[in-house]
Each structure stands twice: as C-alpha cells, then as structure tokens.
Design a protein around this ligand. Structure first.
Ligand code: PMP
Length: 388
C-alpha cells in the first residue's frame, strides 16, 4: 500500500481490491523484458501468447469451462456489454423472441446496455425483488413461458452482497430455451460456480475485484449445447476468435490468471475468516447504535459485505466525519452521479434508510484490529454527525 494510505482502514473491497503482491510479481516480467505482442509469430510473441494461454486455462478451470470459451476484455463493463448487445444483435435476424429478462437490482453495466437494446426495439422485462433482495422465481417462470431470448441476472449484488440462486435460474432458462448470462463480478474467485452445473451460457468477471489489476476481465461464452454467438463490439484484427479485436493486454491477463489461481486456492478459508470478521464488526456496531439495520438478507450474503442503515443521519456525512475509513454510500461506479442507490430503493427501503446507508466491504487485507478500529471510528463519527 502507498505510504500515505497506511493509517486508512480500507473497507471498500466490493468497489475494488488492492493488487496482491504475488499477482504483481507474476505480472512484472510482462511489464519489463517480456513485452511481445501475443499475436506475433516470433519468439517474443510466443512467450507472450504462452502466458496468455496459461491465464486463459486458469480462468477456464475455475469456471469448469473450456479455455476456448474464455474471451479477455477490459473488465466486467465490457464483458456485460459484449454479452448483452452481442447476443441480441447476433440474433436480430433470427426467428427468436426479442425479449430479455433482467432484474431492477442489476449493476448499471447491465441495466444501461439493456436500455440501449430497448431503444433498438427489444422488449426488456425488469423483475422486482422483495425487501431482502430475493427474486420471485414464479414471475421468472411466467416470463420464460412467454418466450425469452436471454436472461441476465447477477450472481451476487455489489451493494448488498445478496445472491440469486444461479443454478436454479440456469435450469429454468435451459428448460425454456432461453440463454442465461450472469454478471459474476462480485463472486468470481470468492464462491464456486461451475458453468455446466449451473447451466450458465455467458458469464462476466473482472480482475480488479479479486486482487488483480484494473482494466482487464473476461467473458465466458458457451461453445456447445448451445453454441452462443455474439456480434463483436470492436472490429479490427479479429483477436480472441473474432469476438474481441485489439492487441491483448498481456500483463493484465497474466495478472488475472495469477489472481484467479490464488483466489481459487484460498477462497474457502478466506470466506470463513472474512465472514467471522464481518459478523464481529456488525455485532460491535449493533451494541452501540440503536435502530441499526442490515440491508439485504442478513443470513444469505457474501462474506465480506455489510450494508448498514444508520438511523437519522446521511451516510455521506458519516463518511466525511471519519475520512480514514474507506467505505461507500452507493456503488462507486454511480456515486459520481447524484442518484442514490437504485438497489436499496428497489428493496423498498424508505428514503431515510437509503440516505443513511453505508456499504462496508471486507476482504483479504482486512484484519481483526482494523475491524475494531473501524467500529470505534464509526461510533465516534456518529456522535459528531448527530451532535450527541
Ligand atoms: N458488475 C458488477 C456487479 C460490479 O460490481 C462492477 C464493478 N463495480 C461491474 C460490473 C463493473 O466492472 P468493471 O469495473 O470491471 O468494469
């Protein structure tokens, strides 16, 4: 971590994670001496393409996929765009339903490309959720029965950590002949997901959420039963089997491969450790903050997520009162806009709970001492904000 950050307590791992030093180590040779273009047939190129293929194998292995089904991208935003626009446009002239089903709590990197498709004449059905963020699978079934091209539902929500039952949704999509895309940005490397067992046809992931570098990710695209076709977003040299043109980001891809390998090896023990720290963090705060509410389903969420509604305050004021605690009041990607969480509103929380909510997300760098210090800073911050 950079010097000036030493005293800060980083509890925003759902927004992004620090680069694991072991990942940096794996990347360094490809930022220095081994600079070849992975498409070049000479020795330098072959060295680069060998490293890219090793990383592709790692990502495929983690998904139970074939390496040929993994397309490298610039991150989950691009993967989602390629999945959604790519499938819809590839099917535009086929005799397939022009309907796509998603959920109101998806990330904007899914909702916005779908809004663009809607403007192109596709019908987009946005399913609602209950107060804990759960979908009504009966409603999904009704929509599937009406004929659907593609379903896009995230494996876990970035704001609440709440999961969707991916294998059950996949089975229903398969039964009705709909393609199934899942945005697995928050779960890849944290929770196991086998694309065959879960009947997933397309899956998006991003390296910077699993201690890898920013600006690199992947899209899993099923090759068989069914073969998923996508129209590329980028035209050019025909890289990645024509699905994503552009010189490959070799150091980034090597970083994604290394991050995947580490995450897969450590994920079980890490989830237990982080989950125990999160529970302790919440227990301390619950003792000190009457009326504190956990947003989402407290008994079924990702181990590191803690989205809390503090009564009677503005979450932004609390963050300002404790500048050394890094957390967020809305998904980092949308906090630039004035919109407060569309996810919390979809869960039916009143405006006070939405404004008073702060998302803390723990991860690999979080220690017991940090969690205790953060809870104390929060209690002090609340006193300052409320003047109590
Ligand atoms: N989907 C989800 C669920 C996310 O949490 C994020 C990152 N906030 C994205 C997509 C976008 O990922 P990237 O930053 O790699 O474009």
């Amino acid at each position: 971590m950079p010097e000036e950050r030493r005293d800060t307590i980083y509890l925003d791992h759902a927004a992004t994670t620090p680069l694991d030093p072991r990942v940096l180590e794996a990347m360094l040779p490809f930022l220095q001496g081994s600079f070849g273009n992975a498409s070049s047939p000479h020795a330098a190129g072959r060295e680069a393409s060998g490293a890219v293929e090793e990383a592709r194998g790692r990502v495929a292995l983690a998904l139970g996929a074939d390496p040929r089904e993994v397309v490298f991208t610039s991150g989950a935003t691009e993967s989602n765009n390629l999945a959604l626009r790519g499938v819809a446009r590839a099917q535009a002239h086929a005799r397939r339903p022009r309907r796509v089903v998603t959920c109101v709590t998806e990330h904007h990197a899914v909702l916005d490309p779908l809004a663009a498709l809607e403007a192109e004449g596709f019908e987009v059905v946005r399913l609602g959720v209950d107060r804990e963020g759960h979908l009504d699978l009966g409603r999904l079934e009704e929509e599937l029965a009406r004929g659907v091209l593609l379903v896009s539902l995230m494996s876990a929500n970035n704001e609440t950590g709440g999961r969707h039952p991916i294998a059950e949704i996949g089975a229903r999509c398969r039964e009705h002949g709909a393609l199934f895309h899942t945005d697995a940005t928050q779960t890849f490397g944290k929770e196991p997901l086998d694309v065959d067992e879960a009947s997933v046809d397309l899956l998006s992931l991003s390296a910077h959420k699993l201690y890898g570098p920013k600006g690199v990710g992947a899209l899993y695209l099923r090759r068989k039963r069914p073969r998923v076709r996508v129209e590329p977003l980028l035209e050019g040299g025909g890289h990645e089997g024509g699905r994503r043109s552009g010189t490959l980001n070799v150091p980034g891809i090597v970083g994604l491969g290394a991050a995947t390998r580490l995450a897969e090896a450590e994920r079980g023990a890490e989830a237990a450790r982080v989950g125990a720290l999160r529970d302790r963090f919440e227990a301390t705060l619950r003792d000190g903050v009457p009326g504190l509410k956990v947003i989402g389903d407290p008994s079924d969420r990702l181990a590191g997520h803690s989205n809390l509604a503090f009564p009677g305050i503005d979450g932004d004021d609390l963050l300002k009162a404790m500048p050394d605690v890094c957390a967020s009041t809305a998904a980092a990607c949308t906090s630039a806009s004035l919109e407060r969480s569309h996810v919390l509103r979809a869960l039916g929380h009143d405006p006070e709970a939405v404004v008073g909510s702060v998302r803390f997300s723990l991860g690999r760098t979080t220690t017991e001492g940090e969690v205790e210090r953060a809870a104390r800073r929060i209690l002090d911050g609340l006193h300052r904000v409320t003047g109590a």
